[in-house]
Design a protein around this ligand. Structure first.
Ligand SMILES: Cc1cc2nc3c(=O)[nH]c(=O)nc-3n(C[C@H](O)[C@H](O)[C@H](O)COP(=O)(O)OP(=O)(O)OC[C@H]3O[C@@H](n4cnc5c(N)ncnc54)[C@H](O)[C@@H]3O)c2cc1C
Length: 803
């Protein structure tokens, strides 16, 4: 084994092998993979090898497409067969809600270039004769589903990497990792040490253990997973290979395996494996079968696919594989650990392994993953993902693998976990809560405790009328919103202004003022949008997205000077309330001594203000587009502030409102939000944020690219549409049609109660941005006329906020 390498990849499962291959492909040849046993000795060897393109996140779906298309390439380079069987696949729907889900999945596939086809049950039965039609209502056909040989794929990656210059060492366990002063790593193994510039944790079932070597508790947990293989079936003799089939309501997947069928399930009563630590002596082992646990699912399977029953069970496989709390991979660099990368929690290695390897290799070599991989970024999790939290969420995710997650559905596991001091008060006000990074936050308020529940639906739900009332209050009188779950940072020091100015695309505010600003990466793409408030010359208060806190901190540390600036995340320390609506000033004025008139405290002001006895930071800004204020206090004061505002608001029609109403209000104003309208695939000009980029400023990250984007106009444009929809609004990810062709996608949608219209925001090609007609938006399988708006549907000049 060599004693020095540019990169050491720990783990020779399908993921580590893919990372290794992609590193060589990206030009890094001095790369070494260290494997504890033989390649595939983790969860890879006993995988069922199934692969599909459909994924809830469109960006992950694209990487799945990439993975499946990659197999030809690595077969060609390595000469190793991947055992690819492209059989095609069908997905069966047993309920009307699932039929709707299929329609939406097909529609999403349209703008991803996927060739998904909705088919009748009769047609499905013709394609997959083993099913019993009576259990199903509809189906979808995907021509590029299939399965591969896990051994073949892993070795094809490995051999291709070796041909590209990589080395692979087997039967050698990495026992420790030590970082040197200069950020490089000593990789301690059973057979000597390797000095490496970079380390990649692709240790699969042992990713937690490798993480712990550097003080990381990665949110991954292995679950036991069983599938069975039937005896040979006469129905299959002399026939073309059967398709893959997913029976969602039956919670079953089936495919042909030689002369029999393979049937697997994600059972409700899933069982974690090695909850706290994975034994190092676990090798190419299987776990004892527990058919009883999956018996309820098998019964359904044999009923829905009756030919399988008489064939008997030839073999049962029970093996563990890992999941992150949301079921998506964990990839990327880790904040605070220079040159330490993870590629783990990959639960669908044969659909996702290629995309994971590609993104990570780009990230390491070019400093950027090259695609929008937010859904897989390890930085989407933070301190709240303890072992127990991960355990609860992974179990829930596993048990719901084949369940529909409605857009208005909040999942119950690991809740309530993080609450603010007014949680019980909001509960008493019949708040229906959502979970955001483990935080409870009010979504809407019901008139009674009995009605305080979401009835899940793709269409306008039971909350619609109540959200309407909340929006109306914000429009006509005043609304009170808890805004604690935003990310916040305090930036201080003599070099703070210089550092922030280089980081943010807009100019910095003067003391006592607020500025909205995008944050760009080197390619000039959006990687954040912040409200920057200047408390003093050397003191800034930043407000952004809490889910991206780790992502931001990781980005900040790249450029943070050794002295002169401190950045302190303080999301939990400062909680907040927002008062918005025409009466908001009168409410606050009755509680504060300072003059809050428009002249004395104009739009975009930010000050320390005492509200009653409560010391606050108050900003004159509101995401609702109405006259409004955001008030930040340390947690100990939040109850007192809440009571003061409620009392003072009593005579001014103050009504509590929640996140659903805020979403509707901001969409009516064409205000975008992080992870929907603003993502690293869009430039500021495309996203309509050009006015917040100060190109006069001589030096900020992404400036050159932003200049180019302004000159060229970019390729996309964010457009606001009113939609002729009657009982279901766009939610996001629906295709936008123009003159009979899919040209774009929706990022957010809602009913706008002030505008009296269904509204959607979405991206279309820049060349079409000026088109005035011909657009349609597809909602649950139906195309609705969509009219592009030249300006925001509500108060386009922004006069309400400024009065
Ligand atoms: C029963 C079953 C069925 C499945 N079916 C499918 C399917 O149909 N389709 C699909 O896409 N996926 C399926 N999977 C999931 C799939 O197996 C995983 O997504 C995939 O194996 C993850 O690969 P990995 O490389 O991340 O991890 P692993 O395969 O666990 O690889 C990690 C490797 O790292 C090595 N390692 C760990 N620690 C060290 C160390 N300290 N030093 C050196 N080496 C180390 C291990 O020995 C191991 O070889 C299934 C899994 C199971 C169990």
């Amino acid at each position: 084994m060599k004693s020095h390498a540019k990169v050491v990849v720990i783990g020779g499962g399908v993921v580590g092998a893919s990372v290794l291959y992609h590193l060589t492909k990206a030009g890094w040849k001095d790369v070494l993979l260290i494997e504890r046993a033989e390649l595939t000795s983790g969860s890879t060897w006993h995988a069922a090898g199934g692969m599909h393109t459909v994924n809830g996140d469109p960006n992950v779906a694209k990487l799945q497409q990439y993975t499946i298309n990659l197999y030809k390439e690595i077969e060609r380079i390595s000469g190793q067969s991947c055992g690819v069987h492209i059989t095609g696949g069908i997905m069966l729907a047993g309920t009307p809600a699932r039929v709707d889900w299929l329609k939406m999945a097909q529609a999403r596939g349209r703008y991803l270039g996927m060739d998904l086809e909705l088919i009748s049950v009769d047609e499905a039965a013709r394609l997959f004769p083993l099913m019993d039609k009576k259990h199903f209502l509809g189906a979808m056909y995907d021509p590029i589903e299939g399965h591969v040989d896990p051994y073949g794929v892993t070795h094809a990656y490995a051999k291709s990497a070796q041909i590209g210059g990589a080395e692979i060492v087997r039967q050698t366990r990495v026992t420790d990792l030590r970082q040197r002063q200069d950020g490089t790593w000593d990789v301690i193994t059973e057979r000597g040490d390797v000095h490496a510039e970079h380390v990649v944790n692709a240790a699969g079932l042992w990713a937690r253990e490798v993480g712990r070597m550097v003080g990381l508790e990665l949110p991954v947990l292995a679950m036991e997973h069983q599938y069975l293989i039937t005896g040979d079936m006469p129905e299959l003799v002399g026939k073309k290979e059967q398709m893959h089939c997913i029976d969602f309501e039956g919670e079953i997947y089936v495919r042909q395996e030689r002369g029999g069928m393979l049937m697997g399930t994600y059972e409700r009563a899933g069982v974690p494996w090695s909850e706290a630590r994975t034994p190092w002596d676990f090798g190419q082992d299987l776990l004892p079968n527990d058919l009883e646990r999956i018996a309820p699912s098998l019964e359904v399977g044999f009923e829905h696919f009756p030919a399988l029953g008489p064939a008997g069970i030839k073999k049962v496989v029970n093996g563990p594989f890992t999941f992150a709390p949301d079921g998506n991979p964990l990839i990327g660099p880790v904040k605070g650990l220079k040159n330490f990368w993870v590629a783990c929690g990959v639960m669908a290695g044969f659909s996702q392994g290629g995309g994971v390897g590609l993104s990570l290799a780009h990230w390491m070599v070019d400093g950027d993953p090259g695609a929008d991989i937010w859904a897989m970024d390890v930085a989407r999790y933070g301190d709240w993902t303890t072992l127990a939290y991960t355990n609860a969420k992974v179990r829930e995710n596993y048990s719901r693998r084949f369940s529909i997650r409605f857009r208005n559905e909040e999942l119950p596991a690991a809740r309530p976990l993080r609450t603010t001091p007014i949680y019980e008060k909001l509960q008493a006000d019949h708040a229906v809560f959502g979970d955001y990074c483990g935080f409870e936050h009010p979504l809407w308020f019901a008139p009674s405790a009995a009605e305080a529940t979401d009835i899940v639906s793709w269409r306008r739900s039971n909350a619609h009328a109540h959200v309407a009332g909340e929006c109306l209050a914000v429009q006509k009188t005043a609304g009170l919103l808890e805004i604690s779950n935003y990310g916040k940072f305090e930036v201080r020091g003599p070099a703070a202004a210089g550092w922030l100015s280089r980081l943010m695309a807009n100019r910095l505010p003067k003391v006592g003022r607020i500025v909205l600003t995008p944050m760009l990466n080197d390619r000039g793409k959006l990687i954040g949008d912040f409200t920057v408030c200047r408390v003093a010359e050397e003191h800034f208060f930043l407000i952004g997205t809490y889910a991206a806190e780790q992502f931001y901190l990781r980005w900040f540390e790249r450029s943070l000077p050794a002295s002169g600036v401190t950045v302190r995340p303080c999301a939990v320390e400062y909680v907040g309330l927002s008062v918005a609506g025409p009466n908001s000033r009168a409410i606050l004025q009755s509680l504060v001594r300072e003059d809050l008139s428009n002249a004395a405290f104009p739009f975009m002001s930010f000050r320390r203000v005492a509200v009653g006895m409560v010391p606050t930071y108050m900003g004159r800004v509101s995401f609702t587009g109405e006259l409004g204020y955001e008030i930040w206090v340390t947690t100990d004061y939040q109850r007192a502030l809440y009571e003061l505002l409620r009392q003072a608001g009593r005579d001014h029609g103050l009504k509590s409102f929640g996140g659903r109403a805020l979403n509707s209000l901001r969409i009516e104003k064409s205000f975008g939000t992080w992870a929907r309208e603003y993502r690293p695939i869009y430039g500021p000009h495309e996203a309509g944020l050009g006015r917040f980029v100060d190109l006069e400023k001589p030096d900020f990250i992404g400036r050159t690219a932003a200049l180019d984007e302004r000159a060229s106009g970019g390729t996309l444009r964010l457009v606001t549409f009113t939609v002729d929809a009657s009982d279901a609004d766009a939610l996001g990810d629906e295709p936008i049609w123009h003159d009979g062709k899919v040209v774009g996608w929706v990022t957010s949608g809602a009913y706008g109660f002030r505008a009296h219209s269904s509204i959607a925001l979405g991206y279309v090609p820049a060349a079409l941005a000026a088109a005035e007609s011909g657009f349609e938006i597809e909602i649950i399988g139906e195309r609705h006329k969509a009219t592009p708006q030249k300006t925001a549907p509500v108060d386009p000049q922004g006069l309400l906020m400024r009065t």
